[in-house]
Write a protein that binds this ligand. Structure first.
Ligand code: NAD
Length: 491
């Protein structure tokens, strides 16, 4: 069984930690590899930071036009290896091969966007702020920056940060989720061939111990985290207390409002894709489906049909539309939450528990499930399930829907389906969420835009991707200059 190595100072090295945790294929329970896990990983992290700091001292003065050249090579290598990377994502994470390919596409788009850093990093200049005095602002790199990633997008999420960080002159260390480290191992094998100086990018495996070592290390200047809200809050507060710049994206409970004037068939299919795509394990998965004025139950009927026909199974099978959830613990938790919903008074309209896939009896499969009539004051309408479960919540009008949405602690995404411009405008203006969809099921910002979570879905100021990435990975320096003519004449 392969024990994964770290990539530090341009070399693959064994961890100082001998304990490991298995990387498990969620469709079969087969162990794919083992990953270092324990207190010894703090030593690995320290070694990575030392070499990353040395690399940064050289790299920050390399002209930005040269700093983006490796990114062009990386884009080509990611495209050439997209199929192999997609298979790795599916094997360790469970999502379908189609979803894995799409995930990598989003990663590549971030690399492309970061190639524009020579323009994006340009700054401001004011001539004659006083007579003969000019003032300007420059953006300089921070130093060693780190990324702590979740399990659900192993190939995409590190790319919300890495290309911008290095294009801005920083060095970068990634700690992938211990559940899905293999995708980044392959990415780092590719990055060995793009001409980056040794030490500039590092891969360090582990869990909480590695994270705590990052948060406590004086040479780590910035932390980019994506994961659950409880860990995001911890990382934000501990990182900030230690003087680090932190962006921490957390969990979600995403509402979608269906107005009576929405196109029924199209809406039902898009919503089923949003709820059940990646087996509901997307931070932008729709979860609370609010049906406004569906007196005849037509919308409910269409959604039920769209959910029921989804094919659940092993992600490498091209005909499969939904894979397993990440672990047996996760499966038990989701099934327990369905039970909790019934306990709160909901009707289980569609029951995906106990779903069997022929040839994959040990997989963590749950088929699409629908709860209807959950009490709006209950716990489950506010709990992130992170599995293929939809809650259908009938409401009387858009005002009630928006008030309900704004009473939720999260704020990652809110969507509306309607053919009325007035309803759409009211919604985007009043709904408290950072990513809004109008007739869109997964309102995932493209690489040029910030991934704008709000409230308990985000702790910090500058988000990942695009211009926010450039701002997060640089610090501003303002220069005020006076060059009196008389002084110049002296020389
Ligand atoms: P997680 O919080 O369990 O783990 C994320 C990372 O933190 C992993 O690398 C893990 O090793 C580390 N970690 C776990 N526990 C820790 C602890 N106690 N101290 C320090 N580090 C710790 O999240 P997950 O289960 O991997 O991912 C799913 C969650 O991520 C969901 O809540 C989902 O909504 C969220 N997510 C959010 C976004 C977003 O953009 N807002 C995107 C993707 C996923």
């Amino acid at each position: 069984m392969e024990k994964l190595k770290n990539y530090i100072n341009g070399q693959w090295v064994a961890s100082a930690e001998t304990q490991t945790t298995p990387v498990i294929n969620p469709a079969t329970q087969e162990t794919l590899a083992t990953v270092p896990f324990g207190i010894g990983t703090a030593k690995d992290l320290d070694a990575a930071v030392q070499s990353a700091h040395e690399a940064y001292l050289e790299w920050k003065n390399v002209p930005v036009m040269q700093r983006v050249q490796p990114l062009y090579k990386l884009k080509v290598l990611l495209e050439q290896n997209q199929e192999e990377l997609s298979r790795i994502i599916t094997l360790e994470c469970g999502k379908t091969i189609v979803e894995s390919r799409a995930e990598l596409q989003r990663a590549i788009e971030n690399v492309e966007t970061a190639c524009a850093t020579p323009t994006l990093i340009q700054s401001e200049f004011s001539e004659n702020i006083a007579r003969g005095v000019d003032e300007f602002m420059i953006r300089q790199a921070l130093g060693v920056c780190v990324c702590i990633a979740p399990f659900n997008f192993p190939g995409m999420i590190p790319f919300w940060f890495l290309p911008y960080a290095i294009a801005c002159g920083n060095s970068f260390i990634i700690k992938p989720s211990e559940k899905v480290p293999l995708t980044m191992v392959k990415v780092f094998e590719l990055m060995e061939n793009i001409g980056l100086p040794k030490g500039l990018v590092s891969l360090v495996h582990g869990g909480k111990e590695t994270v705590d070592a990052m948060l406590g290390h004086p040479k780590v200047k910035a932390v980019s985290f994506v994961g659950s809200t409880s860990v995001a809050r911890y990382i934000y507060s501990k990182g900030a207390a230690n003087g680090k710049r932190v962006q921490a994206q957390g969990g979600a409970k995403n509402p979608v409002v269906i107005m009576p004037d929405a196109d029924l068939e199209v809406t039902a299919n898009i919503i089923a894709d949003s709820v059940y795509g990646c087996a509901g394990q997307r931070c932008l998965a729709a979860s609370n489906i609010i049906t406004v004025g569906d007196g005849g139950g037509q919308i409910k009927e269409s959604i039920y049909e769209a959910a029921k026909k989804k094919v659940t199974g092993f992600g490498l099978d091209e005909s499969v539309e939904m894979g397993p959830v990440i672990s047996s613990q996760s499966k038990s938790r989701v099934e327990m939450l369905i039970e909790k919903g019934i306990g709160e008074g909901a009707n289980l309209l569609l029951d995906g528990r106990g779903h069997q896939v022929s040839g994959y009896q040990n997989g963590n499969f749950i088929a699409p499930s629908i709860l209807e009539g959950l009490p709006l004051g209950g716990e489950l309408v506010k709990t992130e399930i992170f599995g293929p479960v939809m809650s259908l919540l009938p409401m009387k009008d858009i005002e009630q829907a928006i008030a309900f949405i704004n009473s939720n602690n999260y704020g990652n995404m809110a969507c509306i389906f309607t053919s009325s411009g007035a309803s759409a405008r009211k919604f985007r203006n009043e709904a408290d969420a950072g990513n809004i969809g109008v007739n869109i099921g997964v309102a995932a910002p493209m690489a040029q835009f910030p991934f704008s979570g709000w409230n308990d879905s985000f702790f910090g100021d500058l988000h990942g991707q695009g211009r926010h990435g450039i701002e997060f990975f640089t610090q501003t320096k303002v220069v005020i200059e006076r060059w009196p003519r008389e002084w110049t004449r002296k020389f």
